[in-house]
Structure formats: structure tokens, C-alpha cells
Design a protein around this ligand. Structure first.
Ligand SMILES: Nc1ncnc2c1ncn2[C@@H]1O[C@H](COP(=O)(O)OP(=O)(O)OP(=O)(O)O)[C@@H](O)[C@H]1O
Length: 207
């Protein structure tokens, strides 16, 4: 499978945020997106995840499972926020996401206990999400990537609020996903330690 981005431009309100971005990623590859605040990293990711419409250009899949034409249909999107209900327990939140997302063709997610264990949170699945520390909450958001199989991971500053151990854990999850043929696109201000990756430096436009 290949993810193709051709001459992509996006606008936010009146402003053109980026223009003429192209790249392609094959099975097992990763793209690290860097750039200063406001340069358009999140905007690009939201376009790839199908949450924003592009101004022009094309995002498509080639040689993927039949019937899937846009990466949004095969993606996990992890935004700045964790997308968990504070009042629900860890287990209830993960259960919701597992059922809501379902598995893409070609794989299956971990069960909830295994996913919680994989992010080092096995002992707290009975607690409301709101009781967890900021770093534990981010780890939980990573568990969401594991409970349903999606070959493409779109990650916006995935390691914000994480300690060094969690950084390593994250790098291990990404490496495992790539070894299984997954594609990863990660926007970051920090070194992610995810091994060999393509790079895209966003510059933004001066308004
Ligand atoms: N909903 C919106 N409406 C209008 N403009 C927006 C909106 N969201 C973001 N922008 C603008 O789009 C530009 C790019 O923002 P974006 O969040 O994509 O940048 P970023 O590179 O991810 O920044 P950061 O490193 O701070 O997360 C900024 O100038 C921002 O003000």
C-alpha cells in the first residue's frame, strides 16, 4: 500500500496555510513533520485524516485493500487532545473506541487488558480517565491505537507530556507498527526516536 499526497494546499479561514506539498509513503515508512508554531503541521494532519477539506491537490491510496480510496478510511488520528471522556473509566473509554473504530482489513486490535498493559497502565483501567495524570492520559490515548487495527497512524505531537520511559514506549509501539507494515505520520517539536523516517519541514506563510 502507498499513501500519496500530491500538490496539496489548505486554507484556514481566509489564510492559505500551506501550498503544493507532495510526498508518498509506502508500507512500513514514517514521515516526521516539523516546523514552528502555526506553520500548518496540525492542519496538514487534519486534511490527511479527512477532518478538513484540502483547498487543492489530492490525497489517495494506491495498492491498498479494495474499496478504500482515502487514507482517512484506514487511519487512526491522535490529535492534541486525547478524545476520552473524563467521567468514564479507562476500560470504558477504550471499549468505546474499540467498538466505534472497528478493525481495518488485514489486522485486528489487542484486547483492552493487553492494550492497557502495552502502555504501562494495567493497574488503572478501573479508574475514571479524569483521575489519571497528564502523562498517563497520553499513554491511554496511545492505547486507542492498539485496540483497533488501522494501518495508518496520524499523530499530532504524540509525546507531549510524556516522561522518558513513555517516550521509549512510544518509539517501540511505532517501530512495531511499522514492522507489521503500518504507515506513520507524526508532527512533533521533539525528537521522537522512531528510527529512519522521511522528513517534512513546514514553513508556513507570513501573513
Ligand atoms: N479553526 C481555525 N480557523 C482559522 N485559522 C486557524 C484555525 N486553526 C488554526 N488556524 C491557523 O492556521 C495556522 C496553522 O495552524 P496549525 O495548528 O496547523 O499549526 P501547527 O504547525 O500545528 O502549530 P503548533 O506547532 O502550534 O501546534 C495558524 O496560523 C493558525 O492560527
Amino acid at each position: 500500500m502507498r499513501l500519496l499526497v500530491e500538490s496539496l494546499s489548505a486554507r484556514r479561514g481566509e489564510d492559505l496555510i500551506f501550498h503544493d506539498i507532495s510526498f508518498d509513503l509506502a508500507t512500513g515508512e514514517a514521515l516526521v513533520v516539523t516546523g514552528p508554531n502555526g506553520s500548518g503541521k496540525s492542519t496538514l494532519q487534519r486534511v490527511l485524516a479527512g477532518l478538513l477539506q484540502a483547498e487543492s491537490g489530492r490525497v489517495s491510496l494506491k495498492d491498498g485493500p479494495s474499496g478504500f480510496e482515502h487514507p482517512r478510511e484506514l487511519s487512526h488520528y491522535l490529535g492534541h487532545r486525547n478524545a476520552m471522556k473524563r467521567e468514564l473509566t479507562v476500560e470504558e473509554n477504550l471499549c468505546f473506541w474499540q467498538r466505534f473504530l472497528g478493525n481495518s482489513p488485514g489486522g485486528s486490535g489487542l484486547d483492552l487488558a493487553a492494550a492497557a498493559a502495552a502502555v504501562g497502565l494495567a493497574g488503572v483501567t478501573h479508574l475514571p480517565f479524569g483521575y489519571l495524570s497528564a502523562g498517563q492520559q497520553r499513554r491511554m490515548a496511545m492505547a486507542k491505537l492498539l485496540v483497533a487495527y488501522r494501518p495508518i497512524w496520524i499523530l499530532d505531537e504524540p509525546t507531549a507530556a510524556l516522561d522518558a520511559g513513555a517516550d521509549r514506549l512510544f518509539a517501540g509501539l511505532v517501530a512495531g507498527h511499522r514492522e507489521r507494515g503500518g504507515i506513520v505520520i507524526a508532527a512533533t517539536h521533539q525528537s521522537l526516536g522512531i528510527g529512519q523516517a522521511k522528513a517534512l519541514q513546514m514553513t508556513g506563510f507570513a501573513h
